[in-house]
Write a protein that binds this ligand. Structure first.
Ligand code: ADP
Length: 172
């Protein structure tokens, strides 16, 4: 079985992520999606929610396994017999850091990193930009799977209602 991993935060999964995962799914028998757990950073979605959104939006590819991971990605790879990490490269600005990371991971464990050039449609797209634009009421529905867009709009409304209630309580 040829295996590869697509790592990231996926907070939430975007059409840019899906593009890379779909292309990887055609090249490998099994594609693992590793969702990084970052305790120091509070996300828009919990890790469990991110995993659920990824599972639902990638089910159609038929060979995707989604899991959370902490610690070193190379340990995740070793434990599952994964020889390759797939990363999307959006622009030259991604390259510096990704090259360092790829060389470090190769030096640590021999795992290879393969870069897939992002589709030009998504080269400006990141989860953080989508969240920012959506939080100001911008329409990002063309950049996200429909389900993810719906959940994001709901989550932003919940957060806003909480913030308003807090502000009211403090003002009272
Ligand atoms: P990170 O926390 O590593 O920035 P992200 O979830 O934002 O995690 O992205 C994970 C990986 O998904 C990136 O390293 C990149 O390889 C790929 N990726 C993210 N956005 C895009 C995009 N718009 N097009 C193609 N690949 C992308």
């Amino acid at each position: 079985m040829r295996r590869a991993v697509c790592p990231g935060s996926f907070d939430p999964i975007t059409n840019g992520h899906l593009d890379i995962i779909e292309r990887a799914s055609k090249l490998y028998d099994v594609v693992h999606v590793a969702v990084a757990i970052n305790r120091s950073k509070q996300g828009m979605f919990t890790v469990e929610e991110r995993i659920q959104l990824i599972e639902e939006t990638t089910a159609k590819y038929g060979n995707i396994e989604v899991e959370a991971h902490t610690g070193l990605l190379v340990d995740f790879c070793r434990d599952r017999g994964i020889p390759a990490i797939i990363k999307g490269l959006r622009a030259v600005s991604d390259f510096d850091y990704e090259l360092q990371m790829a060389q470090m991971n190769h030096g640590l464990s021999g795992v290879e990193t393969l870069f897939v050039p992002t589709s030009p449609t998504y080269s400006f797209l990141s989860s953080s930009l989508v969240k920012e634009v959506a939080s100001y009421g911008g329409d990002v529905s063309h950049l996200l799977p429909e389900l993810v867009n719906r959940r994001l709009v709901e989550r932003i409304a919940e957060r806003k209602a909480q913030a308003d209630a807090q502000a009211d309580a403090q003002g009272a």
